[in-house]
Design a binder for this molecule. Sequence first.
Ligand code: SAM
Length: 270
Amino acid sequence: MAQDDKSPVRPSDRRTDQRIVGAAPAGARDEASAAKAVRDMFTSIAPRYDLLNHVLSMNIDRVWWNRTARVFSEVLRRPDAQVLDLCCGTGDMTFALRRQAGKSSPQVVGADFSHAMLQRATAKSSPSPNGPSQDAAPGWIEADALNLPFPGKHFDLVTSAFGFRNLADYDAGLREIVRVLLPGGECGILDFGEPKGAMSALYRVYFKQVLPRIGTMISGVRGPYAYLPASVERFPTPDEMLARMKNAGFAEASWTPYTLGIAGLYRGKV
Ligand SMILES: C[S@@+](CC[C@H](N)C(=O)[O-])C[C@H]1O[C@@H](n2cnc3c(N)ncnc32)[C@H](O)[C@@H]1O
């Protein structure tokens, strides 16, 4: 796929002329500096991340997480299932998976490379009188999605909500998901899209003009909320993403738009 001019040219690209497609925060020169910039960015907004998410999405984020978890209810009902939520951040997708599992107790693990985000996830899963028992609480692990500390063919389900788009190399991310999935295992990548039709002009004004201003005001940090619309714009279109999933080794791949395409779920099966 062609990349735009803002894409960092990495040393390996020059050798092979195969450009790596992935997140490119401002100032990133290569894969390592892109990953560092992403980690620093999320670490800087971790204290306000949940509040910002709910305000900026007008709480639709909860609907999307729950809808995604429902899609995988069959896997989640299996008490022996192994489930990984990648780029889990403060854990809301992970908790939605756990809730969907109900009384069955699959092993649900959330992984992220920002320690500060994981600290908040851990705090949110502390036992409360009405909350799930600690046996059923998710586990948390600090790990890079591009280099997961798990053996191959380990998980029945891998999900990622609004995290995959931030990877420095999308193809490497997909290959790593395929590597850790068991044969027949499933994957769900929930992320933003660009709505088409009558809504799209209005949405673009909100996403590019209003959201960065509110995000900067509440978080007190400049940058991350300008990066968000830019990263969505750079992200492969659904058709391109489905082709990349097939190339990475998924036998089946599909995309379902959520809320007029503002978000959408990529589903893959190996
Ligand atoms: C927008 S947040 C999404 C958090 C959560 N899944 C949600 O739905 O709210 C993106 C998360 O991806 C994490 N992330 C980005 N690149 C990563 C990588 N290579 N490995 C692990 N985590 C990564 C960031 O640290 C951040 O917590």
